[in-house]
Design a protein around this ligand. Sequence first.
Ligand code: SF4
Ligand code: SF4
Ligand code: SF4
Length: 578
Amino acid sequence: MNNVNIKINGIELSVPADYTVLQAARMANIEIPTLCYLEGINKLGACRLCVVEIKGARALQAACVYPVNEGMEVFTNTPAVRRARKANLELILSNHDRSCLSCVRNRNCELQKLAEEFGIEDIPIKGENDPVHEIDDISTSLVRNNNKCVLCRRCVAACENQTVSVISCINRGFDTTVNCAFEKSISEVGCIFCGQCIVSCPTGALTEKTSIPQVINAIDNTEKHVVVQTAPAVRAALGEEFGLPMGTPVTGKMVAALKRLGFDKVFDTDTAADLTIMEEGTEFIERFTKQEKLPLITSCSPGWVKFCEHYYPEFTDNLSTAKSPMEMFAAVIKSYYAEKNNIAKENIYSVAIMPCTSKKYEAARPEHSTDGVQDIDASLTTRELARMIKQAGINFAELPDEEFDDPFGTATGAGVIFGTTGGVMEAAIRTVYEVLENKPLENLEIEPIRGMDGIKEATLTIAGKDVKVAVCHGTKNARYLLEKIKAGEKYDFIEIMACPGGCVNGGGQPIVSAQERAKVDIRAERAKALYAEDRASKIRKSHENPAIKLLYSEYFEKPCSHKAHELLHTHYTKRTKY
Ligand code: SF4
Ligand code: SF4
Ligand code: SF4
C-alpha cells in the first residue's frame, strides 16, 4: 500500500493511503474522542464525537470514517470542533439515565469518562433521562437496559461479527432502540450468551446477570459448605481490575482473596480440565480407531455448543459428550467429594468463577443436575469476582500468594492453557500422543495451533497414522470451518471456542475501553500469562496429574467407564434455527 502525505494540526505525516483520519491521528499520538468506534468491529460515524475540520471541506467530518488523501490538512482542536463535540455529547447525555452511582460501569464507563474530559457540569438540553424502557433481565446471562444505551451500535456489530445477529436497531428517530426482533427478550431468540456485546458496550446498557447476592447469602449461611472453582482465564485478567498490567498472572492472589471472602474450599478448574482431557482424549481415540462420528469437536465452550445446537444442529453428534471442566468438577464435588467428606450434597453450595457469561446458561441447563439438584449453584464472571473483592475491602494488589486447596488443588500446564485458543487441542494432543505412542512427546508446545489466526490447522503423525486437527475461535470462524466440512473437507479433531481468542477474551472478562483495545491485542497479552504458567508447571500433561490418577483409582475406575459416563458426560439438543 502506498503512503500519502497529510498534515494534522500542522504536523507533517506520511500515512498508508487506506487509513482514515482517526487512524492517521492515532499514529501521530493525537487523541480524538470516540464513542461508537470499535477497532476492527464498528466504524459508523454515528456518535459524531470524532468530528474534525478538514481544510476545504464545507462541514465538520467524522474522523473514524473519513479517508486520508494526498495533501489533506486536518485540524482536531479548533473552537468549532470543540463546540460541536460538546454539543453532541450533551445531546447524548440529555437522553441518558444518569444514575452513575448505582451503575455497574461507574468509573469504567466511556461515556462518563468523556463527560469528565469535556468538562460537562450541567446538561442544558432537557431530554428523556428518566428510565422509559423496560429492562430485559429474563435470561440466565444478560441484562439489557436501553435507558443507558447511547445507540453507538457496537453491540450490533459485535453480534454480527459472531454471525449471530440477534440484535439490531429498530424504529426511527427518537424511537430508535437496539432490540431483538419483535422486541422479544434476548432469552427468546438464538442468542448464544457469549457476552461479546457486553465487552463491546461503552456504557452500563449491557451487563451480566449477577449472582453476587445469592453467593454472599450462601457464604453467610453457616449450614452451607461453600466451594468455589476458578477457570484458567480468570487468573490471566483479574489483575486488570486492580490496576495491574494486562497479562499479569494473579493465581496466588486470587486464591488468597477467595479465602478471605469466606469460601470454605478453593479449587482449581484446571484440575477438572485435566479430567476433561482424560475423557475427551479417550473418546477421540475410540472414535478415531473406529472412524466414527469424526471430526470430534470439543464441547467445553457453552457459547459454541449453543451456536451448534441452533445454527448447525447437524453437527451435534460430532460434539464431544465430555462435559466442560466446570460441569465435570461440579458433578465430582456433589458426588465423590460430598461422599468422601460426609457432606449431604444439598448442603454444598457450588460456585464457579468463569471468564464467561454463557457459563451462567450452561450452569442452568437441566441436564447438568443430579437427582433434581443443580450441579452448579452460581456461576460468576471475573468482573463479578472483582466487585466482590472490592466490596469486601480487600487490598488485592498487596495480598500474599496462597495455594489452592486439596484434593483438587493440583493441576497441570495442560489444564491452564485451556483458557486460550488452541489450548484444549494442545492439551489433548499431549495426552493422546503419549497414550497411543507409549513414549514421551518430545516437544510439548504445538506451535501451529498457537496464536491468534482465526483458523489454525496441523496434521500430526500419531502411532503411524495422520491425524488432521483444526482450531478456531469466534463463531464467525466456526461457521466458515463447518461450511468447509459440509463442502467435503475432512478433519479428525477440532477445537472451537465461541469467543474471539478463546476464554481469555470471554464475555465475562474485565472490560477494556475501545481506545485501549485499539492499542493492544488483549487476547494475546492475556494468553501470555497462561503460557508462562504452563512453562513454569512441574507437570504439563493431564494424564500425569496425581489428583486425577487418584480420582480414577478411587471412584471412576478408568476414563469413559460406566460411572464416568453417568457423571462426566452429557447430551445436546437440536434447537430451532433462527
Ligand atoms: S452508563 Fe455510564 S454514564 Fe450512564 S449511568 Fe452508567 S456510569 Fe453513568
Ligand atoms: S451475547 Fe453474543 S449472541 Fe447474544 S446478543 Fe450478545 S453478541 Fe449476540
Ligand atoms: S447497548 Fe451499548 S453497545 Fe449497544 S448500542 Fe447501546 S450503548 Fe452501544
